[in-house]
Ligand binder design. Sequence first.
Ligand SMILES: [Zn+2]
Length: 618
Amino acid sequence: MPSTNGHSPKRAILYARVSTDEQARSGYSLAQQIEALREYAAREGYEVLEEVQDPGQSGASLERPGMDRVRDLVAGGGVSEVLAQDRDRFAREPAYHYLLRREFEEHGTKIRAMNDRGDDSPEGELTDGILDQLGKFERAKTAERSRRGKLRKAREGKVIAIHTPNYGFKYNATRDGYEVDEEAMRVVRRIFRMIGSERRTLYAVKRTFEGEGIPTPGGARFWHAKCIRNYISEDVYKPHTREEIMAMVDAGQMSAAVSAALDPNKKYGIWWFNRRRTRRTQVSEVGSNGERTYKKKGQYVHRPKEEWVAVPVPNSGIPREWVDAARDVLKDNSVPSSAGRRVWELSGGIIKCGECGRNMMIHSVLAARAKGRRFYYRCRTRNRDGAVACSHRKCHRADQVEPRVWDLISRLLKDPERLKAGLNEMIEQERAGLRGDPDQEAKTWLEKLSEVDQERRGYLRLAAKGRLTDEELDEALAELEDARETAEKELRAVRARREVLEALERDRDALLESYASMTPAGLDTLSPEERHNVYKMLRIVVEAFPDGSLNVTGILRDSFVSENQDEGVVLAHYQVDLPAPGSVVALEKFVTVLDQIAQGEVFTPCSGGFILQSPTPA
Ligand SMILES: [Zn+2]
């Protein structure tokens, strides 16, 4: 007869749980747990009300059949304690222990683990609350920690080593400063000499280097005008005078201590830190075949100048007058010409090269015969990298290609039934492509996120108890951060897929209401901007081929092929003009134009002296 110390016997529920993982391990089987609990209950003089088991249940949440039974029994009253082998049997997460303890206390019930030492003290509760707070704090801190550390290093005048240093430099032994890499710097110096001193073009530099077989810094064969342009504007190559450096000290961009360590008689390049930050968003696009792609779009956002940090680096040895002259040249180069004012209705990813698949670029040329300007679409790959990169030499006259495409599409708009059928089919395909149930998927990833939070608190608890070193904690938290990023990425993807569907439905309604109901005569009065919008809503892609034929695909199920009608045009010289901002119809289009400027593909008219040699002279 067990001892009750003169009180009425304590009434207990025995609770045992194994997860699927643990079932395979010894010492954790349900039978072993129940056996141990029975012995314990007998020894301590408990009256056992019921034995509850949760086979194959995780301790990550409280949602388990056995635990439901326990909570029902406790709520029924008359239970003194719920007994388990250890605390983990109730839940892995301290926050759940806390919740359970509070819930049971209302019915006069305690939770007890065989290995407990009376751990339901107020301190225990306090720790849980603190851990919650600590978890939040720690998460924010982890994100900030690395950036702050780098910022402090940069303020001490040190370069922050990344994957590769600026071309022409190499890291010093401690990887916190630059040394000139003479061999590579010779190439950079040559860029500045060609553009700043010899007044050659970006394109000439590209061609010369490619002709001589000089590989790009990344080891590639083709140089990008954009990269060459970037060197010109990089302050790391520009020798700064003492006065210029002192101005940075005054502006709060360099500490007095860092400037004091410099030789006042020498010039220095400047490596900037903290000039901008990246804002990342995920965007989804639908191709003509209904296939979705998801892209990360990064956008640089400049920080205020006083937040910039100037880190002095060794002089590149490039004469200052070359640097200044090269920058002047490129500054003039980016002034947009008003001569190109026109709306390019097939730009923004609608017209693509039928040979290499790349979006075509726009350009215009002064044509003496036409007593004005002619506008063309041409292969961007060939323009940039020459005939070896793409065989598509034809320049497609915009005033011929655009009406041909519109002719096809307006015919479709004049047949609303067919249009509607095509649109609905597209939407059905998209819907069918949403694997499973997006709501369920979103829920799963949300749960994963909360799981990550729970695990984080678990690690912090271990660390608080001194069972993890700082390094181990950092490593564990970094791993959790990866898991969090994955879950967040998937969650965004689920949302993006839903948005694609919603956008399609919106576009269908707009097309059917606004355009398909127009009279044929009304359709023919649509402006180029409106046509561009119609193409976008229909997900139109026009492939242009060297023989002048066009392949038009989109929401319309079957594709049209339009035969060549115009004579081929091959240009000896060409220029690219920027459509004036007022004529830019859509964001995508604007982005394309910006992209061209960035790649050095948009240039000023002849008056500036910048005619580019075409790779395919007539
Ligand atoms: Zn091409």
